[in-house]
Design a protein around this ligand. Structure first.
Ligand SMILES: [Zn+2]
Length: 223
């Protein structure tokens, strides 16, 4: 797929959204937040020159994939909201939720732009495997990011990798929840499988506007 084709796909995806998309320049990473009360998407575009220079069309389309799932499936596919969760827990669980929503957003990308997203997965897989060889694999953030990419490598690219331990468990969790036809129930199922090593579990609030987090075996806090 030529870059021009990707640009027109971005236009088409943006035009298909019901809610307006605004871009705010700040910080050092590309991110989307969607407000389902005011019905709008805000994409944060990095002002850090190096980070901004590294933003590629496929990454921008990935943010629009979140927006599309937000409007067509459930708002929590583009914004991670918690209720009654302290800052420490937030730091611990956020990478897990991010990897979960990316599993579904990237499946949408594989559907609309496979010639672009497929090679992107290959590139990420090379980086992850190198980090594993270099043993840069301590943090949970790495675990969830790496297991997402390895699961995508296996699922879409027929990668064959010897895996063990927590990494294998996380990869198996992704592979046990096929990302096509996303629903918030599938999201909850996957995120809970991924939260097991942290001894935590997630439950939707009654109005499904946010996640409650509790320790396994304890009742959820909040509403
Ligand atoms: Zn994402």
């Amino acid at each position: 797929m030529k870059p021009k084709k990707l640009k027109s796909l971005i236009k088409k995806t943006q035009a298909a959204l019901q809610w307006p998309v605004s871009v705010v320049y700040k910080g050092d990473s590309l991110e989307i937040r969607s407000d389902h009360h005011d019905r709008g998407h805000t994409i944060t575009w990095p002002t850090d020159l190096k980070a901004a220079g590294e933003v590629r069309d496929i990454e921008y389309l990935h943010e629009l994939a979140h927006a599309t799932l937000c409007e067509t499936v459930h708002p929590l596919f583009s914004t991670i909201c918690f209720e009654g969760v302290n800052e420490h827990t937030l730091d611990v669980v956020t990478p897990c939720f991010r990897a979960t929503s990316d599993w579904f957003a990237d499946a949408w990308l594989m559907k609309v732009a496979p010639d672009y997203e497929g090679p992107d997965i290959d590139d990420h897989l090379v980086i992850v495997l190198k980090s594993l060889q270099d043993k840069q694999s301590g943090s949970m953030e790495f675990l969830y990011g790496a297991s997402l990419i390895i699961a995508q490598g296996i699922y879409y690219r027929n990668a064959r990798l010897p895996l063990g331990g927590t990494l294998k468990q996380a990869v198996d969790a992704f592979l046990s929840v096929p990302p096509e036809k996303p629903t918030i129930q599938k999201y909850a199922k996957l995120v809970n499988l991924l939260l097991v090593p942290l001894q935590l579990r997630a439950k939707l609030t009654v109005d499904q506007s946010a996640w409650l987090i509790s320790e396994i075996g304890e009742p959820p806090h909040g509403r």
